[in-house]
Ligand binder design. Sequence first.
Ligand SMILES: O=C(O)[C@H]1NCC[C@@H]1O
Length: 344
Amino acid sequence: MRSLRTVSVVGCHAEGEVGDVIVGGVLDAPGCSSMYEKMQYFWTKKDSLRKLLLNEPRGRSSMNTNLVLPPCDPRADAGFLIMESDEYAPMSGSNTICTATVLLETGMIPMQEPVTQFNLDTAAGLVGITAECEAGKCKSVAFDNVPSFVFALDKQIHVPGLGVVSVDIAWGGMMFALVDAGACNLTIENSQGPQLIELGERIKRAVQAQYTPVHPENPAIRGVSNFGWTHPLQDNGADGKAAVNTVVVSPGRFDRSPCGTGTCARMAVLHARGQLQVGETFRHKSIIGTEFVNHIRGTTKVGEYDAILPTVKGRGWITGFKEIVLDPTDPFPEGFRVGDQWHV
Ligand SMILES: O=C(O)[C@H]1NCC[C@@H]1O
């Protein structure tokens, strides 16, 4: 067998969402002073790597791959970049949990039981990790995400073929448009999958055409890229507050996890509406019934915006160890997408 390149990958999922982790075979981005610059380097100069790994036949529509790199922030123990099907994400919750789990369980970051704490550098900023560890297993990963905030509540968006829809727009490490599923006569369940996907993508495109949020600290981060369907918040007393959601990840498939960045965007919206206070437990559930357990640590400001400091906790599991290769005669060096599985 011949190979143009070999990439070492540890397979992983967090609460159902695949977040494989590249641990070897890819060199660092040269001359960058931030993870955001490294992200831009890979996106503009090395994007064939993302396509090779995420498109078929090596990938599938519902997966992500993370690239571990040296950090730029001296406070961080490692850096990583997040590759998704249609973009590099500045930050991602499920991918942070996968990356932290792999770093600890492969020994790239020394595991200390019962708790290991370290920092990861991301394109959105520094993220603090607190991992519960026992007998060599990383049992849970809590991450202190970047400050999250609301751009607009109840933004009235005209959606072709549907009419006016009320949309909340918030940053949680990615830009989200959030819509109450009930307001569109939908329920978050697999039997309504096709409608949730089609309408979610349609509303997202309408938002993109009518409103462009810009991150005040990095104006290059602009525009909504993710759409989330929400169910109303439930108050379960001593067990905390809870809600079901599903995020439609581009180009049109469900996040299998409760979506960490979407969870932070939702907590920012709930806090802005007075429905979730600092310190209260918020259990966010996915379409497959998995859960992130979350809270707001405090509040701050980002530019002119009132922001929350969110913490998200979930679990990751290693699924395998793979050597990805590219034979020089393979006719699909950047893979391909097919209309049965991909919204092409
Ligand atoms: O947990 C999250 O934030 C994400 N999961 C896949 C898509 C989002 O990046």
